[in-house]
Design a binder for this molecule. Sequence first.
Ligand code: C2E
Ligand code: CA
Ligand code: CA
Length: 781
Amino acid sequence: MNSKAEELGRSDQDLILREQLAEHGKSVRVTVFANLVNAAILSILFFDQAPLAMHVLWYAMFAYLSISRLHLAKRSRTADLPRSEMLKLKAGITFNAAGYAQMWGAGVACLLSVATSNQLMLLAIIGAGKMSTAVVSYRHIPEASRAWTIIMYVGLTTGLLYLGGIESYAAIALLTMFGSVLYINGANIFENFANQLTAGQEIQRSAETVRLLLNDFEEQASNWLFSVDADGCLIDVCERFAEAANRPREAMNGMNLISLIEDEEHRTQLADHIANGRSFRDMTVSIDVGGDQQWWTISARVAEEVSGAGSVAFRGVIEDITAQKNAEAKVSYMAHFDGLTDLPNRRLFTETLNRTIHRAQPDDDISLIFFDLDHFKAINDTLGHPIGDKLLQMISRRLESLAKPGDLLARIGGDEFALLLTGARAISQADIAEAIVDQIGKPFLVDDHNVVSSVSVGVAAWTSDMQDANQLLKYADLALYSAKGAGRNRVAFFEEGMDVAAEARRNLELDLRASLGRDEMRLHYQPLVDLKTQQKIGYEALLRWEHPERGVVMPDDFIAVAEETGMIVQLGEWVIRKALDDAASWDEKLTVAINLSPTQMRSASLVSTIVSALAHSGVDPGRLELEITESILMQDSEANIRTLHTLRDLGIRISLDDFGTGYSSLNYLRSFPFDKIKIDRCFVSEIDTREDCRAIIRSVISLAQNLGMTTTAEGVEREDQVDELRMEGCDQVQGFLYGKAEALEEYTDLRSNQAQIPKVETIYLPAAEVPIAADQQRKKA
Ligand code: C2E
Ligand code: CA
Ligand code: CA
């Protein structure tokens, strides 16, 4: 019982206590009266066997107990007693019951010893009766009923023991059984009472919850109930429904539910369900509420009994999902439109393009224009992102003015846009593309900045032999790439062959990526010869790629790709390590020259790579020459010059390669104190035929001498070129006359620096086989 009480909440416990007292208070008057009568009867019957004083005292005690019991009962019937007061009352009732039990127990026990055999019967009835009736009269206060039973039992058994004899012992045994049954049943009676009370309470609470939920449902902003008759006319329209439909409630009663629905398809659907008496769920319909489009979902069940016209045929619920629909629309907008320019984004563009291509008929005209702002990054970097963003917005507005209904203009990347044209518009693709270049080329006034921009445009037209939209995208991209390659600010159209070249380049890229792992790279070495001593002073390392199918690929055919893809860093590291390891086995006077490209120069790991390769090979830094070109000084020059100084501080020599092929060559000579200038082959090859070439060579040599730099003439192929160079005061020569770049195995004299200068006749090349200077120059640029 206790544990049960512990399980209950405080309010449940209070409720039980209150009910215990109230119920107990109800029957008290009758029991008090019965007790007094019983006591009087007993007193009268045993009048002679006990002194008068005892009678008076005994009866006075009963009178006192009865008055206090009546008083307690009266207090118990008072409503809203505090808990502490109720607990006190319950204790009082228990004490009072104990008092009664003592009077009865002591009285009967005492009388047992003086009773005649007839009187014994009377005492037995009174004893047993008093014990059992207490369980009934105190059924709501189990503590009192227990106290009564125990005390009476103790009193009666004491009396019986005193009496002695076999009958008395039998009576004690009976009394024990009797008392136990009463004790246990008293507890059970109370537990039932408490359980009933709490169960009632539960039911009441659930009813309350349901009522609240229903209220809530009715009042909730997005849901309401409705009923319609067999014709679909509304019955008993609730306030919420009328409010949601923005119509007077009275006007809605009797109105057809279908008339609220806007679209024809759902009207027929709903009419069909109602006519056929079919339940339906979650039918989403659009409703016009005072000019506002709203979305509702309607679910309804067939009502249980339909009894004629005007009675409920369907009961259902309507939910207003307008907010949800609007949110969905917003999400969808955000997924398909660019937040900055409000133009369709790449996703919407590709989706639309795919659909257009998918549905296209063979003779449809579809064309795709891709365009990319030139040097937009520079605008962002110099004027800041907010200006860059504003410029993009203004550009978008200008582009929109060029687009016609049916065109799809989209922003597909940072500064990349696309325009999809169909039909007649596609036919005038060239004019539209030119108009784009024109419009974007006009200045923009962005926050007081006069910004001049330009755009490169690639155009591709769809043909029915294309596999899919991707192919068209690829072609437009290739055309754009070609417009950029041709100098930007222009339109380029896709041409046959662009894809073949792009494909070839892509394959080369893939092969190149795998080359190092497959050990396909080799270093060849070309000797550098001192003109005065005619001795070999070192070698330049030149890269060769031995591809199993392509054969030997020369650096001019793959270095540019390696540069653009960044693979040159890895490749260059391999060259540095390999060249220095090779040089470690040569004569200590021989130098090793390694070519560095701009991307390598920018790589943060360059210096550490060189230092570790020097340490690993044990080659003296003074034997290492690094060849760089003017382009290194044109890009990120400050950082590059710092790196060059670091390298030179290590004792490494720095050469300026291909001198004369860049722009303002002489300026670069002042930006860094080079150790050597390598005069490009294009001047050397025509030294004997062109006076300007000879003049350039002469001034470079004299400049270098003044600045304390060594000069090396590249591409020396004939003896007469050597004579001229010697006359001009050139220090070193390098060229086929002294040897082509060869694998190390071809050199037998690496332990000595004695140059085995070949005879002129053996290496003479006819002039026709030497690439002309102009061609060479274009290649390097
Ligand atoms: P470069 O540094 O100017 O190298 C000289 C190029 O001229 C070499 O071509 C060499 O074989 C060629 N050559 C030398 N003497 C003569 C001659 O008498 N007549 C003719 N017609 N040509 C001669 P190669 O080996 O094809 O290298 C081309 C370019 O590739 C190099 O020009 C260099 O810029 C680059 N390169 C080569 N190896 C590497 C490398 O390991 N790393 C980097 N970054 N670039 C490299
Ligand atoms: Ca070189
Ligand atoms: Ca060179």
